[in-house]
Design a protein around this ligand. Structure first.
Ligand SMILES: [Cu+2]
Length: 183
């Protein structure tokens, strides 16, 4: 691949997903989207075993490199909830299954726990928040899902990116990356 188009492609995603400044306590910006509208979480993926726990961690840096970016937007209106995930700087031409999980991210990929279910044990199609995020050749992509309910408070704590397809040397890590989001 020629060098210059590749270098240009790396710059565009960074401009598309500006990371907000830390707040007064040094935490990443986590801005409300509007009165009662939900929230936006912006983060960069970091190592999962860092001394300071990161808000977004990667378990498969070949798919989700350190420093790649994620934005999760949660909207609530009239009893419905929408979740939008945007990625930049990750593996290109890839499909990441993305789901809302109950637990928080951690060094152990299993920390994020099982999928959040609105009705425990139901296999209804919209009982969980699930989407498939397809990236373009430039390593950016977006996907969203809307469900006809609102999360129970304090029961859904992360957005997990699974390794997806194509499979590769990362296949051992089914959970490629995780973002802490208090849905
Ligand atoms: Cu999942």
């Amino acid at each position: 691949m020629p060098l210059s188009p590749a270098a240009g492609a790396l710059l565009v995603p960074l401009a598309l997903l500006p990371i907000g400044p830390p707040d007064a306590q040094g935490r990443p910006t986590d801005a409300p989207a509007g009165p009662g509208a939900g929230r936006v979480v912006d983060a960069r993926f970091d190592r999962a075993d860092g001394f300071v726990p990161a808000r977004a961690v990667t378990h498969a840096p070949d798919l989700v490199p350190y420093g790649s970016q994620v934005r999760v937007t949660v909207g609530r209106a009239a009893g419905r909830t929408s979740v939008t995930v945007e990625l930049a700087g990750v593996a290109g031409s890839h499909e990441f299954p993305a789901h809302v999980h109950t637990g928080r991210c951690g060094a152990d990929p299993a920390s994020s726990g099982p999928h959040y279910q609105q009705v425990a044990g139901s296999d209804a199609a919209d009982n969980e928040v699930r989407m498939t995020l397809r990236t373009g050749p430039d390593g950016t992509g977006t996907a969203s899902a809307t469900v006809p309910w609102e999360f129970r408070p304090d029961e859904a704590h992360s957005l997990v990116l699974h390794a997806g397809t194509p499979a590769g040397p990362h296949a051992a890590a089914d959970r490629a990356a995780c973002v802490d989001v208090d849905f």
